[in-house]
Design a protein around this ligand. Structure first.
Ligand SMILES: [Fe+2]
Length: 359
């Protein structure tokens, strides 16, 4: 399996992960002749798909939670957001089952690597982002040794952390260009509005609500809405701040294309200690596959390959399935373990390359 952009779809590729749109199955796993669906997928705001093809045969991309749990959680979030818009009291007990499933799966997976990116349609971003941010937050909290009750409170608050956006003007939220200062101030209100909105849930604790209020605060006081410093920020908010930014960077947004995992990790490291909690950043990035399984890379020899598997504790030196020679011509694929051939390094990953469409 590998992740490819729509422009890379070829007739010999088979869909490796089903595509859903608003809870509906759009394309089922195993579908072939994919280029004919490219235009429709682009119209839905989907730019990447997971495929199987001879070049990626046998490559497994692990995920921290199952596809079933991810889809189910997004479905419940969509129902919950409707309740927030129409009811004065919102019962979120329906979320308990999905929260327990996410926590169970994360706790059962001792060596999880953050690898698989949710490639939902662009207008599904709020929901896919909520689930992914929750998964990353729980992985940090698990490493910190949180007990079950605290994991549940963290998950509930993280799943709802951006729900204040229901009260923000959709035209501004989906604007492609740069926001004006007034528009930016309006968007920033999703934190305070979200915190107040979550008071509609009698079964949500203050600990969970604080995430909505503080997830854009930064350790150096440069965040919003309060401009609070590190000591005033709850650990839940410091965790979610990191998970939220990481997922936003590696996702396509209406105003920019997604970043590579490598660049997103570099961003977190660059701002650790100033904007983010250094200890928490370290916990997250040690679990991130910098070059995820299934992603295309260019080697220092100029040959191209697909990442086949990770070498534990050496995220920059995975095992590569080399598929082209240094001139870009197809070759009989062979495996290259970068831990065994130290003279060869990865120069760039797929999202940093311009010429990838040729492969
Ligand atoms: Fe937010």
């Amino acid at each position: 399996m590998r992740l490819v952009s729509l422009s890379m779809l070829r007739p010999d590729m088979v869909l490796a992960k089903a595509i859903y749109y608003k809870d509906c199955l759009v394309l089922r796993e195993g579908l072939s002749d994919l280029p004919r669906f490219a235009k429709s997928l682009r119209n839905l705001g989907i730019e990447y798909v997971y495929v199987s093809d001879p070049k990626s045969d046998g490559i497994v991309i692990p995920d921290a939670i199952s596809e079933e749990t991810r889809v189910n959680c997004k479905k419940i979030l969509r129902q919950t957001i409707d309740d927030f818009e129409t009811k004065t009291v919102v019962d979120i007990s329906e979320m308990d089952g999905t929260i327990n499933n996410i926590i169970d799966e994360i706790l059962a997976n001792p060596d999880v690597q953050i690898s698989l990116n949710d490639i939902s349609a662009s207008d599904e971003y709020t929901f896919s982002h909520s689930v992914s941010t929750t998964v990353y937050s729980l992985l940090i909290a698990k490493d910190l040794g949180y007990n079950r009750q605290m994991l549940e409170k963290l998950a509930a608050g993280t799943l709802l952390h951006d729900f204040g956006k229901v009260l923000i003007d959709k035209k501004i939220l989906n604007k492609k260009g740069v926001l004006s200062p007034e528009e930016l101030e309006h968007v920033k209100q999703h934190t305070t509005l979200g915190y107040e909105l979550l008071k509609k849930c009698p079964n949500l604790t203050e600990l969970s609500r604080i995430i909505a209020l503080q997830h854009h605060e930064r350790m150096d006081g440069s965040g919003y809405p309060g401009g609070h410093m590190a000591g005033e920020l709850h650990e839940f908010a410091r965790i979610v701040a990191i998970a939220d930014v990481y997922d936003a960077l590696i996702s396509d947004r209406c105003y920019r294309r997604k970043w590579s995992c490598n660049n997103a990790v570099n961003y977190l490291v660059e701002h650790a200690e100033t904007k983010f909690d250094l200890k928490l950043v370290s916990i997250l990035i040690k679990q991130i596959a910098i070059y995820p399984n299934g992603s295309m890379v260019r080697l220092s020899t100029n040959a191209m390959g697909i990442v086949k598997e990770q070498n534990k504790n050496f995220p920059l030196r995975p095992v590569i399935r080399v598929i082209t020679n240094e001139k870009g011509n197809d070759i009989v694929p062979f495996e290259l373990d970068l831990m065994k051939v130290l003279s060869i390094t990865i120069m760039e990953s797929e999202l940093e390359m311009e010429s990838l469409d040729k492969i």
